[in-house]
Design a protein around this ligand. Structure first.
Ligand SMILES: NC(=O)c1ccc[n+]([C@@H]2O[C@H](COP(=O)([O-])OP(=O)(O)OC[C@H]3O[C@@H](n4cnc5c(N)ncnc54)[C@H](OP(=O)(O)O)[C@@H]3O)[C@@H](O)[C@H]2O)c1
Length: 238
């Protein structure tokens, strides 16, 4: 396994259930972290808890392209290179197609697909220049198998997978690795705004989900884990 110590790692969605647990693990392993999330208060809490400098934290709505450009500027004024880009941001709107508004659909695509594209466009050139780096996203199982009520969510996550598969073709002759994690239900605040009865106690814990990403960050660069599937033992939707 490769050491995480001193690696320049960008965590997007660091204020979320999985993101915060990941920041904890990466901090304990000595990563050189840059964190971002939408909520300024929450990002400040995470920053302080894990002794991250003010210059290495940025609270912003990343659906706004200007904010992605600022993130890039801030990141590279603190770190010369990027070793890993871990995007664990996203939203879930689960409704049948008649209830799903066009605003719901657009918001889902904006956060789960358009924003990851802009982020990759901001950070991939540096990885290409150095011919190495790791990019991790969580399309989730709904990026592989659709579910009732997931028309917008699955569209965004299938789109994410398609986009990343195409980008993989661009980086074939480099050591840039792209990993998609097809995770089942994770016990996190993600479910708080979803009108669906779920059994959170049967889901994967946010800590276990973060450990899977932490493991990926330690993979030797001679190989790539293109996909990881991590499912809870029992189905959580009731
Ligand atoms: N939880 C699950 O069961 C599950 C299963 C499969 C896949 N996933 C995927 O895993 C990822 C993380 O999920 P989670 O469970 O950790 O969710 P979460 O606890 O709801 O966290 C979501 C994160 O996304 C950030 N975010 C949302 N909108 C944003 C925006 N416009 N700009 C910047 N940041 C934004 C949030 O920031 P703030 O908190 O600061 O607003 C938060 O950090 C998502 O991509 C999700 O689709 C989750």
């Amino acid at each position: 396994m490769e050491s995480i110590k001193g690696k320049n790692i960008l965590v997007i969605g660091a204020t979320g259930g999985i993101g915060k647990q990941l920041v904890k693990l990466l901090h304990q392993s000595g990563a050189n972290l840059f964190i971002t999330g939408r909520n300024a208060e929450k990002i400040e809490q995470v920053r302080k808890e894990f002794f991250i400098s003010e210059q290495s934290a940025f609270a912003a709505d990343l659906t706004i392209l200007e904010n992605v450009n600022q993130l890039k500027e801030r990141f590279f004024s603190n770190h010369q290179t990027i070793d890993a880009l871990i995007n664990v941001s996203g939203i879930g709107i689960i409704k049948n197609s008649e209830q799903l508004t066009s605003a719901d659909f657009l918001q889902t695509i904006l956060i789960n697909l358009y924003t990851p594209f802009n982020i990759i466009q901001a950070f991939l050139p540096s990885m290409k220049e150095h011919k190495k780096g790791l990019i991790v996203h969580i399309p989730g199982v709904l990026g592989k198998v659709p579910m009732l009520g997931a028309a917008a969510y699955s569209a965004s996550k299938y789109g994410l997978v398609g986009m990343l598969q195409s980008i993989r073709e661009e980086i074939k002759r480099t050591e840039i690795r792209i990993t998609n994690i097809f995770m089942g239900g994770v016990d996190s605040p993600f479910w708080d705004h979803i009108d669906l009865k779920v059994q959170k106690e049967k889901m994967i814990s946010a800590e276990e989900a973060a450990k899977a990403i932490w493991f990926l960050c330690q993979q030797p660069s001679s190989g790539v884990i293109s996909e990881m599937v991590l499912q809870p033992f029992n189905h959580q939707a009731i």
